[in-house]
Ligand binder design. Structure first.
Ligand SMILES: [Ca+2]
Ligand SMILES: [Ca+2]
Length: 483
């Protein structure tokens, strides 16, 4: 009898533990984004309608090609792959464009024959998992393709002109780019979308990237996310243009991660555009608003915006600044995402020019090889450092006169601390900043070199001053020991 209260307490604590299991997490991962049609063609037998000279046509890439290129993605150092949608697409073209991108689904529970079969997808997932890599699949929950049979078969599943005209939230209830807009308040639609998530979960997918969530009915989305979380599926939402406030709101509403578009824009303008780093600092300064800053998806570019390297007229400058951008990305708290080709500074303007075919090692120029080596090294440095991969991030107060050219922050995990310095000046420069002004304590030490290979960046501390010798337009990271 006397044991009962103890037992009751034990049971209660077990119940408590069950009520709040560990949340799905990608902190420490490096995600590589693939658009299968534009990545690698592993099977010429499924190349119906392929015309690689036409940027709006199918180009022949498929799951067999992606599976064959997993060693390449591993060599780069990525630990997870995000595939844009692989669903069976509408057969017809719309606006003279083939559904090569995957965002015009006709059947959410099958693989488009251009990409292969469900068995090919299973083979890919098994190969990825065998290589200890995770798989994130794009999920479309807002719409069907223009020409999908379901549009005529189930008119009640869609918002029509009347709904669009009547509703207050046009983003949600009006078609996005004219696409047949799913009405998530319809119970059949909810059943369909829940079943789609379960279907792909059963194929072994580790995470979902939810497309266009700005345009989806929020009550349904929250319900879907709760089911994913209960099943251990990590969720990454695409709210186009999201800033820190939107990311924070949706992390609270049940998404594990969203893309931080405001940081992408700031990095594009500062690093590639040569404008001051103050705009990056002002985004990073809002980090504490985020419930889970280590989960937020960080990127230089993706398939919906012009390529990062397109921000310079000059190819060589774009390559240099992409190397800077890749190193900078790997110093930040969050989940870095690399869009296929950014690791070689592939160029391209708005869609579809930003979806040029991926080229691999034997097709690279020496300069592209150099960008790749920088990317590979930066990822390796991040993965080797607990501070860089999963540590906290603290922005240091840079003196006002330097804030356009210099961004300083620390990353810290356990006993390990790394000082990060981004330098936007065009030429090599030595900065001396009072440690007290940085709110930083550091012991006098011999010269410390940057963690990045082949980079001539140095740090030393003497007499209450921090001295940094930094190359122009680059990001460096220095181990500075425990606090
Ligand atoms: Ca093919
Ligand atoms: Ca909608």
């Amino acid at each position: 009898m006397r044991r009962l209260p103890l037992l009751a307490a034990l049971l209660a604590s077990l119940a408590g533990a069950q009520a709040s299991p560990a949340l799905p997490s990608f902190e420490g991962q490096v995600l590589y984004q693939v658009m299968p049609d534009r990545f690698a063609d592993g099977n010429a037998a499924n190349d119906a309608g392929v015309n690689r000279a036409d940027p709006r046509a199918w180009h022949g890439g498929d799951l067999a090609g992606l599976t064959a290129k997993l060693p390449y993605i591993q060599k780069l150092g990525a630990t997870a792959v995000w595939l844009t949608p692989i669903y069976r697409q509408q057969a017809a073209n719309s606006f003279d464009t083939a559904p090569y991108h995957g965002y015009w689904p006709a059947d959410f529970r099958d693989v488009d024959p251009h990409f292969g079969t469900l068995a090919d997808f299973d083979g890919f997932v098994k190969a990825a998992h065998g290589a200890k890599m995770r798989v994130v699949l794009d999920q479309v929950i807002n719409h069907y393709g223009y020409e999908a049979a379901a549009v005529k078969e189930h008119p009640a599943w869609f918002n029509g002109k009347a709904e669009c005209d009547a509703k207050k939230n046009k983003d949600v209830d009006c078609p996005l780019a004219g696409l047949p807009d799913l009405k998530q308040s319809n119970p059949e639609v909810r059943t369909l979308l829940r079943g789609n998530a379960d279907f792909w979960r059963q194929q072994g997918v580790d995470g979902f990237r939810y497309d266009a969530i700005k345009h989806v009915e929020a009550p349904f989305l929250k319900e879907l996310l709760a089911r994913d979380r209960a099943a251990g599926t990590w969720t990454l939402g695409e709210w186009y243009g999201a800033d820190t406030g939107t990311v924070a709101d949706w992390q609270r509403a049940g998404l594990d991660s969203l893309f931080l578009f405001s940081l992408q824009a700031a990095m594009q303008q500062s690093i590639m555009g040569g404008q001051g780093l103050g705009r990056v600092a002002s985004v990073l300064a809002r980090q504490d608003e985020l419930p889970r800053p280590g989960e937020v998806a960080l990127f230089l570019d993706n398939h919906d915006i012009p390529r990062f390297a397109q921000g310079s007229l000059f190819e060589d400058q774009a390559q240099t600044r992409t190397r800077y951008g890749l190193r900078a990305l790997m110093t930040l708290r969050g989940v870095p995402v690399i869009w296929q080709g950014t690791e070689i500074a592939l160029r391209g303007g708005p869609d579809p020019d930003n979806r040029r075919d991926m080229r691999f090692e034997n097709e690279w120029t020496p300069a592209e090889r150099q960008v790749f080596e920088t990317a590979r090294d930066a990822i390796a440095v991040r993965k080797a450092s607990r501070a860089l991969s999963v540590g906290t991030q603290k922005l240091l107060p840079t003196p006002t006169r330097l804030e356009d050219d210099l961004l300083l922050f620390t990353r810290e995990a356990g006993g390990e601390r790394v000082l990060v310095a981004w330098h936007n000046g065009k030429a090599r420069k030595t900065y001396s900043v009072r440690l007290s002004a940085l709110d930083l304590k550091a012991d006098p030490q011999a010269v410390t070199r940057s963690l990045f290979t082949g980079q001539d960046a140095k740090l030393s501390v003497s007499g209450g001053w921090l001295h940094l010798s930094l190359p122009g337009e680059d990001a460096a990271a220095f181990e500075v020991g425990a606090r």
